[in-house]
Every structure is written in structure tokens, then in C-alpha cells.
Design a protein around this ligand. Structure first.
Ligand SMILES: Nc1ncnc2c1ncn2[C@@H]1O[C@H](COP(=O)(O)OP(=O)(O)OP(=O)(O)O)[C@@H](O)[C@H]1O
Ligand SMILES: [Mg+2]
Length: 202
């Protein structure tokens, strides 16, 4: 198998709120930081990523600084809107885009317009990679047939890796750390995040 380089600029983007952009951006930044110098760019005016990692190991940038960071990997936590200028700029400047979606077809359909915007950007820049990633799947349960069907309708591939609903993601957020800092009780969450990172370079 040939391995691709991990994205240098990864935008975590969805027009829909609450799908897990900040959670995934923070955890992926923590995972990427184990592979090379990594920074997190907080593009959301709510500033949740910046708040989250104020005590953690990954440097967080906001404002104009997010566009100028010099790091092997830069992860952008985007605001929940395709129209937001920062989200648009992230889409134009990213090497890769990850779209977290909840495991329900209705939620997925709410991302249709964003997927069209990503496809339009890919038509301009063939090198732009993009995936849907299912977040908050109930542990132990499989994706429903309806969800598989809905994912197939989209022109973006879905990662085989899924991120499950786990309380440790919430406790990590409360403690201002990543799941990598939480020891054995977060092992399954770390495995989720590692699987996402590995699939991005497969
Ligand atoms: N895999 C998960 N397991 C458990 N809780 C999760 C998971 N992913 C996200 N959450 C929780 O769901 C809520 C929404 O997640 P998050 O803030 O990451 O979404 P968001 O897309 O960044 O939201 P917004 O659009 O408001 O910026 C948070 O309370 C978060 O802790
Ligand atoms: Mg957020």
C-alpha cells in the first residue's frame, strides 16, 4: 500500500452545528502532534477550541494568526456555516477537509450544500481531499442500513473509521486536555482517533 502524506492543513467543517467539529479538531490535533509539530487554528468566533486546549499541549491560534502558523500539521476548527468568510477561506486553503456527521440520514442531508461547495472546490483543485466521518455512533452498534444508503448518495467518500459516542470526549473537554492524556480509560477513544488519522493517509 502507498502511504500519502498526512494533510498539512486540515479543515474540520460542517454547516450544521453540534456535529463534533471542535471535538474532532482538538482530538485530531492532539493525535497529529504525536507525529510532528502541530497547531490548532480556532476559526470559530465562539472560540471553543481555544478554550478547550488552554491547558493542553497543542498550541492554539485564533484571529489572523491562524493563517500564518508554521507547523507540519495545522487543524482548523471551523464555524458552523459555509457562508462564514473564515470557513470559505479554510476551504480554499486546506489540503484536506473532514466533515463530521451524526449517524442519522436526516442530519446527513443537512450537509448537502456543504458537500456541493467542497465538490466545487475539488473541481478547481484536484489535490483537495475530503471525507465525511461519522461521529457519535453508539458504542457497539453498527451504522443503520438507511445511513449506509444515505452515505452512498453523497459524492464525498465516508471514512470507514467512525468516532463513537464516548463520555471521555466530554470529560477531556471539561478538563482542557485530549483523550491521549487520559490513560487507559480513554484507550478506545484514542483508537477511534488513530483510525481516522491512519485512514487519511491510506
Ligand atoms: N464522539 C463523541 N462522544 C461524546 N460526546 C461528543 C462526541 N462528539 C461530540 N460530543 C459532544 O457533543 C457536543 C457537540 O460537539 P462539538 O462542540 O464538538 O460540536 P461542533 O460541531 O463543534 O459544534 P458547534 O457547531 O456549536 O461549533 C459537545 O458537548 C461534545 O462534547
Ligand atoms: Mg465547534
Amino acid at each position: 500500500m502507498t502511504w500519502r502524506a498526512l494533510p498539512r492543513r486540515l479543515a474540520v467543517l460542517n454547516a450544521k452545528g453540534g456535529t463534533g467539529k471542535t471535538t474532532l479538531a482538538v482530538q485530531l490535533a492532539a493525535g497529529l502532534a504525536r507525529r510532528g509539530p502541530t497547531a490548532l487554528g480556532d476559526l470559530d468566533p465562539q472560540g471553543s477550541a481555544a478554550q478547550w486546549l488552554r491547558a493542553g499541549g497543542v498550541p492554539v491560534h485564533d484571529g489572523e494568526a491562524v493563517w500564518r502558523v508554521d507547523a507540519a500539521h495545522l487543524v482548523w476548527d471551523c464555524p458552523p456555516s459555509v457562508e462564514h468568510p473564515a470557513a470559505q477561506r479554510a476551504l480554499r486553503e486546506a489540503d484536506a477537509v473532514l466533515v463530521p456527521v451524526l449517524p442519522s440520514p436526516l442530519d446527513l442531508w443537512a450537509s448537502w450544500r456543504l458537500v456541493e461547495a467542497i465538490r466545487a472546490e475539488q473541481a478547481r483543485r484536484a489535490a483537495l481531499r475530503a471525507w465525511l466521518v461519522v461521529n457519535q455512533l453508539e458504542p457497539g452498534s453498527a451504522l443503520s442500513a438507511a445511513m449506509h444508503e444515505a452515505l452512498r448518495e453523497f459524492e464525498l467518500p465516508a471514512l470507514r473509521a467512525v468516532v463513537r459516542r464516548r463520555a471521555v470526549y466530554r470529560s477531556a473537554a471539561l478538563q482542557g486536555v485530549s483523550v491521549y492524556d487520559l490513560g487507559p480509560r480513554a484507550a478506545a477513544a484514542v483508537a477511534d482517533i488513530e483510525a481516522v488519522i491512519e485512514e487519511m493517509q491510506a
